[in-house]
Design a protein around this ligand. Structure first.
Ligand code: HEC
Length: 405
């Protein structure tokens, strides 16, 4: 929160605070004059936890607001289990399926993000870390399985308190993925089921951009990048018209294909219900090496097109108009595998800003507008990065901003 905002709040808050001192029982009666600390506290609590506060919690929060510490008040609301079981779960669930619906079961992607927020794991690790959250032992849950979602479905069916019962572990401990092949939520079972299934793995890239950089590819098309890495399946003269390739297809595929190459060793086995990864020494029947066969489908569409031989990725969008996504200059613009590619995405300015905007919409119940909202988003994005990518801080700052005057 800016100092100006704090100062402005002080006046109203103190005014109501003094009145409240005199007749605390009648605070409700003065509400029409201004949103006093109790109204503001209630709104912060409602927005963060989705449930009304107890009288004790409301009083402590109002006291902090009167003392000009709305973020401190928000921190109290963030202690409510409903923030994790309801607010976070509903915000994250749509990221985990192609339909972007909130009406999907709890899964390892959602639980892992909830756990990361609770534990203040730097959020820019979300696309690269070897991390997984499961239910605590002793709850009578089926064990975590690579092949189904039963563990998480049971947690949800039992109404397990996620704040108290999620435990941190690693994907490499509970799956057969080597640690180097883990890439945060990208390699969770739920993400694999939704985005590695069938297709060409571009879906995983598209939805990662959509959910975590808040940009669909349509918005960042750039036809000025070299098309040398566009795969064979993309026709160079769709409908017999090569201009279409140059003016449309290249816009996405020139940049997307060399980034999606990072995912070349992954697939999802629908029958087994699990993620697949071709480790060192694997011989895929189609590629003859570690590259999944799906990277070679429709190769005859354009024989001279790019043939994927490994998982080396390059970010062509660091240059040209998509430099505006704010790539981190201290990272290399290329690498091998999903982990370093996820790191490239999650350390961009667009990533940080996207997380802040998603929280803003979730807490303020509206998209951030121009003017004051815009400077608030700027300030919170800077603060998010300065506070070691703590998403909890973003929630607290946003709730204070939208608590009403
Ligand atoms: C706005 C970005 C964008 C543009 C423009 C675009 N594509 Fe794609 N393309 C994608 C994405 C994203 C996927 C992955 C779709 C999925 O699986 O969800 C894809 C997938 C494909 C595939 C693989 C389909 C499969 O079986 O999964 C082919 C082939 C393809 N595109 C060809 C083209 C051609 C030809 C053009 C131009 C006429 C074109 N694309 C233009 C983004 C784009």
């Amino acid at each position: 929160m800016t100092n100006a905002k704090r100062r402005r709040k002080t006046t109203a808050a103190q005014w109501v605070g003094y009145s409240a001192l005199a007749t605390s029982l009648f605070v409700g009666a003065i509400a029409p004059l201004a949103a006093g600390p109790r109204e503001q506290a209630k709104r912060i609590h409602d927005r963060l936890a989705g449930v009304p506060p107890t009288e004790t919690v409301l009083a402590s929060m109002a006291t902090l607001i009167s003392a000009n510490d709305a973020e401190g008040a928000a921190d109290i609301a963030l202690e409510n289990s409903a923030f994790y079981n309801v607010t976070l779960k509903n915000m994250i669930t749509p990221w985990t399926n192609e339909a972007q619906t909130v009406f999907a079961p709890l899964n390892d992607y959602t639980a892992t993000v909830i756990g990361m927020v609770r534990d203040d794991v730097p959020f820019n690790q979300i696309l690269s870390a070897d991390i997984l959250y499961t239910g605590a032992p002793g709850l009578g849950l089926p064990a975590y399985s690579m092949n189904n979602n039963d563990h998480y479905a049971a947690m949800e069916a039992q109404g397990v308190d996620l704040k108290d019962n999620l435990v941190a572990t690693t994907q490499s401990a509970l799956t057969d993925l080597p640690s180097a092949a883990t890439a945060g939520v990208i390699t969770t079972r739920a993400a694999a089921e939704a985005f590695f299934v069938a297709g060409t793995n571009r879906s995983m890239f598209r939805f990662t951009m959509l959910n975590h950089l808040c940009t669909d590819l349509e918005q960042i098309k750039d036809v000025t990048r070299a098309p040398d890495r566009v795969r064979q399946d993309v026709s160079r003269s769709p409908g017999g018209d090569s201009r279409l390739f140059l003016n449309a297809c290249v816009g996405c595929h020139a940049g997307m294909d060399p980034l999606t190459q990072a995912l070349a060793y992954y697939d999802y086995d629908e029958t087994a219900g699990r993620i697949l990864y071709n480790d060192v020494g694997a011989v895929d029947p189609i590629s003859g090496g570690r590259v999944q066969g799906k990277y070679r489908i429709n190769a005859s569409n354009f024989e001279p097109g790019f043939i994927t031989e490994n998982d080396n990725w390059d970010n062509y969008w660091r240059n040209g108009p998509n430099a505006l996504l704010g790539w981190n200059e201290s990272l290399p613009s290329s690498g091998s595998g999903a982990k370093s590619m996820g790191n490239e995405l999650a350390n961009s300015e667009a990533f940080a800003r996207c997380q802040v905007k998603k929280v803003f919409k979730n807490v303020c119940f509206r998209d951030a507008g121009n003017g004051t909202d815009r400077s608030q988003i700027d300030a919170m994005t800077a603060s998010f990065k300065a506070n070691n990518y703590s998403l909890k801080r973003v929630f607290a700052e946003t709730a204070a901003y939208c608590m009403g005057d």
